[in-house]
Design a protein around this ligand. Structure first.
Ligand SMILES: O=P(O)(O)OC[C@H]1O[C@@H](O)[C@H](O)[C@@H](O)[C@@H]1O
Length: 273
């Protein structure tokens, strides 16, 4: 499978597979090491989403729509549009074609811009409606973070935010009372209208996760039972991952003909003294 490797003058590196414009590796520096989780058993095969990194979910999130789960954009080849001379930025594009038309009858162009800064990874997704009528979409930058142990990390500040546990009725929403979320097993939760800045605290390292355009945040770890059901993930690998996803879940974006939408997710590594 084709991929682009970015190696910047300041030592940050990233790998992006052309299928899905899928970031599979982000190393801000040798000292900080790999920040993305990718399952060892992930199939890197045509038409199959990679288990880890940052799948781009479009034009639907999970089963919130009538199309394929998490959309088709993660399963098909994008084009490399440009790579800056210093390799700090790469732009990928995906336009409607016969294959996408079978799955989703709209004309569109997607751009994913991946930018590396010394301690930051920025992913910007742009959706252009090139059709002669409006369409709607949901989606996500479905980020799998490598963590020391999923039960040891904390996500904050989510207090006061309405959430929904996947598997329950969508009408059965709750309000987060605690400012800090920590897991003690499987969790598959959507935080609606979530804050644009969150912190993923993992001992000596933490990550500031900021978003724009994406309204919701999904936090997911399959836990022991869920992991057994994922054949592209080892039974114990869930310990070392946590998905915190900038998403649009239940309220799709309505995009008029000719209009453009942009959503950004930036991840900054912060080292504690
Ligand atoms: O196995 P997939 O299609 O990549 O989905 C992984 C997970 O993605 C998460 O975003 C969803 O909240 C979970 O419900 C889902 O299981």
């Amino acid at each position: 499978m084709q991929k682009t490797e970015l190696v910047t003058p300041f030592g940050a590196k990233a790998t992006i597979y052309h299928q899905g414009a899928h970031v599979t590796s982000w190393v801000p520096s040798e000292a900080l090491g790999e920040q993305m989780f990718v399952a060892k058993q992930s199939e890197f095969s045509t038409g199959k989403a990679i288990r880890g990194g940052v799948p781009v979910c479009f034009p639907q999130f999970a089963a919130f729509g009538s199309g394929v789960k998490h959309g088709f954009a993660r399963n098909i080849d994008w084009q490399v549009k440009s790579i800056s001379d210093d390799q700090t930025e790469a732009v990928f594009s995906l336009a409607n074609n016969e294959k996408t038309h079978e799955l989703w009858p709209h004309k569109f162009e997607l751009l994913l811009t991946v930018t590396l800064e010394p301690t930051k990874l920025v992913m910007a997704l742009t959706v252009n409606n090139t059709d002669d009528k409006a369409f709607e979409f949901s989606g996500a930058l479905h980020t799998y973070f490598a963590v020391s142990r999923y039960t040891d990390v904390q996500v904050s500040d989510l207090s006061g935010i309405t959430y929904w546990d996947n598997g329950t009725e969508l009408s059965d929403k709750k309000r987060a009372e605690q400012s800090v979320l920590s897991l003690d097993g499987a969790l598959d939760r959507v935080y609606f209208d979530a804050p644009d800045a969150l912190v993923l605290d993992d001992g000596a390292l933490s990550k500031k996760i900021t978003k724009r355009g994406f309204t919701d945040v999904v936090v997911w770890n399959p836990g022991p039972e869920g992991a057994k059901g994922l054949k592209d993930m080892g039974d114990n690998e869930y310990h070392g991952m946590l998905c915190v996803e900038a998403a649009i879940v239940d309220k799709p974006v309505q995009l008029a003909k000719g209009a453009t939408w942009s959503g950004i997710q930036a991840i900054e590594v912060l080292v504690k003294n």
